[in-house]
Design a protein around this ligand. Structure first.
Ligand code: XBP
Ligand code: MG
Length: 255
């Protein structure tokens, strides 16, 4: 019988709806400051999110614009550094907050005696600043940032490293993600995964998810349950009791 000992959260799009009004805005301001003609509207950025990691996203886009490799190698680190600084400024101005229900769930997980972890493709500098701002009272036991791994999601490395740092097996933790890329990474790490979609990820193929909601929900304002293949009976409020039911459904490690 599996027992829930930790919950591993994704950050971008999951704990915080940070892409549309956060990273996208910061990328655009960085383009402007470096006198580049590019601007990412909301739809364009939604497509670009399928390339995880800000630097990889920039390389992909600029390559598509016909920029040669040498120029990209020169520009991308500069753009990304400036984007990350602007993002931190947005955070300190209070432009971003946790999604409704997140603070409740984090407190519940802690109250149940489970460990809290984050595993993100985002780079370390701004992640810590963001979490300190939006969940100042939460101490995560383990944090894995994009710079800690060679391969970004959908590769399982970030989740494997989180498990390693937690000192736990896949059958003892559940992942909460927002996207196909994150779900696929969790599955590949043999972890059960609940997906809480946002405006950018609602159309992703989430057929492998153990539970899909369109929000974390709170008492009196439940989210919509979009898929509940294990019949947890989730009523639209993602609770630790629900996550406990999912831990038994971690895909087998047959490797
Ligand atoms: C998040 C990302 C990141 C952020 C921006 O993916 O792909 O690239 O968009 O952060 P996930 P950086 O939520 O699946 O971890 O610019 O620091 O990469
Ligand atoms: Mg995400």
């Amino acid at each position: 019988m599996s027992e829930l000992r930790a919950v591993i959260f994704d950050v971008d799009g999951t704990l915080v709806d940070s892409e549309r009004h956060g990273h996208r805005v910061a990328f655009n301001q960085a383009f402007e400051e470096l006198e580049l003609p590019y601007r990412w509207d909301e739809d364009t950025y939604g497509g670009l999110l399928r390339v995880t990691g800000g630097q990889r996203r920039l390389h992909h886009y600029l390559r598509e614009q016909g920029m040669d490799e040498g120029e990209r190698e020169r520009l991308v680190p500069k753009l990304h550094e400036r984007k990350s600084e602007i993002f931190k400024e947005l955070v300190s101005e209070g432009a971003l907050d946790v999604r409704p229900g997140v603070a409740r769930l984090l407190a519940e997980v802690r109250g149940a005696g489970c460990s809290l972890a984050v595993a993100t493709t985002g780079s370390g500098g701004w992640v810590q600043v963001l979490l300190d701002k939006v969940v100042p009272d939460v101490d995560f036991d383990v944090m894995v940032f994009g710079g800690d791994v060679e391969e970004k999601k959908p590769d399982p490395e970030a989740f494997e490293l989180a498990l390693d740092r937690l000192g736990m097996k896949a059958g003892e933790a559940v992942v909460v993600e927002d996207s196909w890329e994150g779900l696929s990474a969790a599955r590949a790490a043999h972890l059960a995964c609940a997906v809480v979609v946002n405006g950018y990820t609602a159309e992703h193929d989430l057929s492998e998810a153990d539970l899909v909601l369109d929000g974390f929900g709170d008492e009196g304002s439940p989210a919509r349950v979009l898929a509940d293949p294990h019949h947890t009976g989730c009523d639209g409020v993602l609770r630790v009791a629900t996550l406990r039911r999912l831990v038994g459904f971690a895909p087998e490690d047959d490797g």
